[in-house]
Design a protein around this ligand. Structure first.
Ligand SMILES: [Zn+2]
Length: 440
């Protein structure tokens, strides 16, 4: 098993036309069962005036209206506790995984017993692609419990015959103890937590040379593919760092980078991926940035048909240098459609601020984008708040270089507030980058 390049060679290197044929077969199976078994979907199809058999090609899926998280939430409130979008019968249900619920009521999604196996297998495939092998000691610092990602990585380590430390997002000191002894070889967590562990490691006087960890995969939020962030994680922990992506409604760990570090590779035999313009709702041209819309091809319990993820990315179907043929999102997730900041007529996302901030050695890894109102002039003010590392450089020069860097990336100059290191709160989970204090 160790010497194999791919986890599932036939699927991972399948030529595009065979892959699309497989997708269409699975899509038609999925649409038919959604129509027959779920009143929620049947009503949606009917109001759009379509039947499953009307979808005869992958492109025709655009005729089905996308489903948003808000619609799932309303459905769940109208038909508690699970809504009517569960397609598999109750006796097949295995696990409940609601969305994290940072905004509003959590949306329930369910894994059937077969879904658990499918998810374990696609996650094992992603982990294999970034170099996890049997015998690796995997420190799984994704949260366990209801949050999906901890469980999927856990199941995948069994599939891969690894030794797993199911630590979850526990205390940072404990994470470091386990990195030292037994000496994990793989670390999995959010990128902001990886940076925090690296920061604590340095403060504790542990050299990254003294820990055997050699690779890590970081998801739950974007950032791993921001070059300066990746470099900080890789140098701070002396590892190769790879990007990871998933979401509760679709499933965890559905896309990861391979050893080429050439963007998130989608498990296209399990999901159909589209990129849609957030304003016009039309399909984007190849290479254009838009919202990821995803359809489950194999999910049994709560399949999503054209789920509007609100995550922005581009997708290419160009074959990867590793030989895999599945679509990739270069640069990973570029932001949330509703995280777009409009300031003085320019549009930008927190990930662009991150790109600039992380390029400055004088600054810590933390930053915030604060939005406030200048009541006297009745305008919004956008301030980028950063932390200066105590011993480094003169604040005035730093301020002017930072403003210049931000202007080049964002095409507008925000205010800048440089605070002493430690002023901004650290997180073990997903970092909250935008603080909106505007008077509405
Ligand atoms: Zn690749």
């Amino acid at each position: 098993m160790e010497g194999r390049k791919y986890f599932d060679p036939e699927i991972e290197t399948m030529n595009r036309s065979d892959l699309e044929k497989l997708q269409l077969e699975r899509l038609q199976w999925q649409l038919k069962r959604c129509y027959e078994e779920s009143p929620f979907y049947r009503e949606r199809f009917k109001s759009a005036g379509i039947k499953p058999e009307d979808i005869r090609s992958l492109g025709e899926i655009v005729r089905i209206p996308p489903v948003t998280k808000q619609e799932l939430r309303e459905e769940q409130l109208a038909h508690p506790p699970f809504g009517r979008y569960a397609v598999a019968p109750r006796e097949d249900w295995a696990e409940l995984h609601p969305s994290t619920g940072t905004t509003g009521v959590p949306v329930n999604t369910i894994w059937s017993h077969r879904d658990v196996k499918t998810i374990a297998s696609w996650t094992a495939r992603t982990m294999w692609s970034f170099g996890v092998r049997p015998g690796d000691i995997v420190q799984n610092a994704f949260s366990y419990g209801l949050w999906v990602a901890g469980m999927s990585v856990h199941y995948a380590t069994q599939e891969l015959r690894c030794f797993v430390l199911p630590i979850g997002a526990a205390m940072t000191e404990r994470q470091i103890d386990y990195l030292l002894n037994p000496g994990s070889t793989v670390l999995i967590c959010t990128p902001s937590y990886a940076l925090h562990i690296a920061e604590r490691l340095a403060q504790r006087g542990v050299s990254p040379e003294d820990i055997p960890v050699r690779r890590g995969c970081f998801g739950g939020e974007g950032g791993t593919e921001v070059p300066a962030t990746r470099k900080k994680i890789e140098e701070g922990l002396r590892i190769d760092a790879f990007d990871y992506y998933g979401l509760a409604e679709i499933g965890p760990t559905i896309a990861s980078e391979c050893e080429e570090k050439a963007g998130l590779t989608w498990a296209e035999d399990h999901i159909l991926i589209e990129v849609v313009d957030p304003n016009t709702k039309e399909r984007c041209q190849p290479g254009e940035t838009g919202v990821l819309v995803m359809t489950h091809l194999t999910k049994e319990a709560t399949p999503m048909v054209r789920y509007w993820s609100n995550d922005l990315a581009t997708v290419t179907t160009e074959k990867c240098a590793c030989g895999r043929t599945h679509a990739r999102s270069l640069g990973g997730i570029l932001g949330r459609a509703d995280d777009m900041i409009i300031y003085k007529g320019a549009k930008f996302y927190p990930i662009q601020v991150e790109k600039v901030v992380r390029g400055f050695g004088e600054l810590s890894d933390e930053f915030r984008v604060e939005l406030t109102t200048d009541e006297r002039r009745g305008m919004d003010i956008c301030t980028v708040v950063v932390e200066q590392l105590a011993e480094k450089g003169d604040a005035e020069t730093l301020m002017s270089h930072l403003k210049k860097g931000l202007r080049e990336e964002l095409l507008v100059t925000p205010e800048v507030d440089i605070k002493p290191v430690g002023s901004l709160e650290r997180t073990t989970f997903k970092a909250k980058r935008i603080v909106d204090k505007r008077k509405k």
